[in-house]
Design a protein around this ligand. Structure first.
Ligand code: URA
Length: 247
């Protein structure tokens, strides 16, 4: 996580989506912002943006939203899109309304298809995002795959070989370990993030994915009690687990 800077109180609140610079100044001058229980009525006051700020600062009696450097995991439901631009239900609509006005904005760390569910990371920390998606970090992603037809038997060997070529591409896929759960279900672990990769891997062996669910990124597993559409902030231990190279 990048080092926390100091920000003027009005800029901090405005960047967190509490309103325009003018609007947050009104909040501050009205005595509605406190730090460690003391009112701060100077909108120019420099605030060290530390991770524990939400526990120390209150706005109108409520804990401050997570300061910049936010990272979270979501259990992405089916039918929502990982995009700021497309029409239709977006993953961002599952976050509190104010969080959608934050600057820097919260983005997804990579994407899951509209028809894929499961573990999705989101952050406003560009350096962290790039670290997780960089091929050099070798962060693995595990998918629980349900298939239309029974496995034919050679998929484990084929995916592990590092020679599988997807249609329209000229570079083979890196080895992808696969654990067979039943004749139509398997866990597949990939370290790349090619477009529709898992669906296309099974298309390459004459099958069709009917359900796709990501249950793990690096060493971070989707918690059983995180229901579809719910999210949870990540702590340093979670981020350490994400970046732990597993493959
Ligand atoms: N592979 C896919 O085909 N879809 C996803 O959403 C993720 C991996």
């Amino acid at each position: 996580m990048s080092k926390a800077p100091s920000l003027r109180l009005d800029r901090l609140l405005s960047n967190l989506g509490y309103g325009s610079r003018r609007e947050v100044q009104q909040l501050i001058w009205a005595g509605l912002v406190t730090l460690d229980g003391d009112v701060i009525d100077d909108s120019d006051e420099k605030i060290a943006v530390t991770r524990d700020l939400s526990a120390r600062m209150k706005v109108d009696g409520e804990a401050l939203d997570p300061p910049p450097g936010l990272a979270l995991m979501m259990n992405k439901p089916l039918g929502v899109t990982c995009s700021h631009k497309e029409l239709g239900p977006l993953v961002y609509a599952l976050l509190p309304e104010r969080w959608r006005r934050r600057e820097p904005a919260i983005s997804t760390v990579g994407r899951l298809d509209k028809d894929t569910s499961g573990l999705l990371l989101m952050t406003d920390d560009g350096a962290l995002l790039h670290k997780i998606i960089s091929p050099r970090s070798n962060v693995s992603k595990r998918y629980d795959v349900t298939l239309d037809r029974p496995l034919r038997g050679d998929e484990v060997k084929l995916f592990a070989a590092g020679t599988l070529m997807l249609e329209g591409e000229d570079k083979p896929l890196l080895p992808a370990p696969m654990e067979v759960l039943s004749e139509r279900r398997a866990l597949v672990t990939i370290t790349e993030g090619r477009y529709h990769q898992v669906r296309r891997m099974f298309a390459a062996v004459g099958n069709h994915v009917t359900a796709l669910h990501r249950d793990r990124i690096g060493g971070l597993a989707l918690p059983d009690d995180l229901k579809p559409g719910e999210y949870r902030l990540l702590n340093d231990a979670d981020l350490g687990n994400v970046l732990e190279a597993r493959v």
